[in-house]
Design a protein around this ligand. Sequence first.
Ligand SMILES: [Zn+2]
Length: 208
Amino acid sequence: MLGPFDDGPSERAMARAGRVAEWFLVGGLVFQIALVIVTELLALYLAPANPGLDLFADGVVTSSAALLAGIGAVIELVFVPLVLGRLRSGRFRGAESLTIVLAVVGTFFGFGLVGLLFVAAYVNIGRAEAHREESRVRGAETPLAPSIAPAGPPRLAPGTAPQPPPVPVFAAMPPPPVASPFCPRCRRSTGWVPQYSRYFCYGCNQYL
Ligand SMILES: [Zn+2]
């Protein structure tokens, strides 16, 4: 959902905060639309005793509360999808600035309540961003973090000779071992795979 960050604790925390932010954004919009419906229903109920509810003197019952909520709903219907798009493409800063606009709109046109939901979304976008920074820092310090290591060896087409996976240019190379140990399973000699810092048995097609 949030790009290539789908493993590691920081990436998971980032995805979770992003999802929570999405729920608050959608929740705010749903709440705003509910306010339109509730205020309009209330106006219709009160209309027989209040001729003033015909705001535009056009024979249509519209309370000022329903009008305000409606304006907010229209603005939010435009902005919420924009924020969701930015969030999903990982543009957290852009998503944050639009969410501030939504918080202001939700406070004025959503009678404060909707604004609170958008503030909660803003907080969670900030959290997602912080977790991404965390994973970047961690990634820079330990490019060979366990989250990058595969569960198994590279897949091979039948009949092809096993090849060690290509070495990423950014990888810090650990010192090569003096002598490779023998595989405890098949007793063949093993090969050192620097980017995973592990020995690989090409006989068993497994890391030691
Ligand atoms: Zn083996």
